[in-house]
Design a binder for this molecule. Structure first.
Ligand code: ZN
Length: 343
């Protein structure tokens, strides 16, 4: 009951990459960089296990950014000539690569870190990939054509590539494959219309557990400002959750603590495991076990006990290592308290 997991990313140590940045520069190159990525991955596996988490991840230490880390291994993308593009419906500008030709994987994308993580933890291993719709929203297109039709075509092309890598990750021994789709909270009608179908294409044929993470973004200023415009009740999930409930995806990770998401939204996910965000990623204040257990208690009105997984609202990448480590401990301590309280 109430197993614990993180959404995905963790801060990179200062010897691996610039800190407190979403697109940090690496601090080394070549073999030295590869070694530093491996060291950071092992360090965070140990920290998650020491905190007492049940599901372990690689903390995304081997990718510069959760979307572009995947795109770096895709043929047909021009990384030399990045352009500035407003992403998440123009919420903030990003430097993005351009799709210029048919898309193909150059080879494996995440074999190194997935196999390393698998070799160093006995616990359940979760691995994250960007979802097709979020990829389409984080890359410029010079190939698939204008308008919605081009976006859909490109999303399904990426879904095929994601599926190839996901099947290979499953063969590496990954237990849970999670697709990150923050764009589902931005393009609400499109998410329910074709976003979920593209996601299912990415997960096609997987026999391991499948998951999707949908949030209100990292705790960066642009997102915090956006949240202030969303009013007292954030009902974005209302559109996409019914479509997800009918889908083949088994687990849904959502933002809860310190959000204005009405908890009854979780009732729309009947039949799914729900990863409830009980840790705020937009604040350095460490949650108390009581606060975490209270959030779990509120979610239990709408999620059956055996389907509730305690999780972070989003990735912890832009935070300090110290704060992130304490938040992992708070997550585990709060879930332990909730087990006593609600057993
Ligand atoms: Zn997120």
């Amino acid at each position: 009951m109430f197993s614990t997991a993180i959404a995905g990313s963790l801060p990179k140590p200062e010897w691996l990459a610039e800190t407190n940045k979403l697109w940090p520069k690496w601090q080394a190159q070549g073999d030295a960089l590869r070694q530093a990525k491996a060291d950071a991955t092992l360090l965070w596996i140990k920290a998650q296990e020491d905190a007492g988490l049940d599901v372990i991840g690689d903390g995304e230490q081997s990718r510069q950014h959760f979307v572009h880390g995947f795109l770096e291994q895709v043929e047909g993308i021009d990384f030399e000539n990045k352009v500035t593009m407003g992403i998440r419906n123009n919420r903030y500008d990003a430097q993005v690569p351009q799709v210029i030709a048919p898309l193909r994987l150059k080879g494996r994308v995440h074999a190194f870190e997935a196999q390393l993580a698998r070799a160093h933890t006995q616990k359940k291993l979760k691995f994250t990939l960007p979802g097709p719709m979020t990829i389409v929203d984080t890359v410029a297109d010079r190939f698939y054509g204008e308008g919605e039709e081009g976006r859909i075509k490109m999303a399904f092309a990426f879904a095929e590539l994601l599926n190839q890598e996901a099947l290979a990750l499953q063969a590496d021994g990954v237990d849970i494959i999670q697709f990150d789709e923050p764009a589902f909270n931005v393009y609400l009608d499109q998410a329910a219309d074709w976003g979920v179908k593209a996601l299912e294409r990415a997960a096609q044929g997987l026999t391991c557990t499948t998951a999707v993470h949908i949030c209100y973004g990292y705790g960066i200023e642009a997102n915090n400002n956006w949240k202030k415009t969303l009013g007292d009740e954030w009902r974005q999930y209302e559109k996409v959750f019914p479509a997800l409930a009918k889908s083949s995806i088994e687990q849904v990770s959502l933002e809860c603590y310190h959000s204005h998401v009405p908890p009854e939204m979780m009732a729309l996910l009947e039949g799914k495991d729900v990863m409830v965000g009980v840790i705020d990623v937009a604040s350095d204040v460490i949650e108390t076990p009581e606060e975490v257990a209270d959030t779990i208690g509120r979610a239990l009105q709408f999620v059956p006990k055996h389907r509730l997984i305690a999780c972070t609202n989003c990735g912890l990448a832009p935070m300090s290592r110290d704060v992130a480590t304490k938040k992992l401990q708070a997550l585990a301590a709060g879930a332990a308290l909730a087990r006593k309280r609600y057993a």
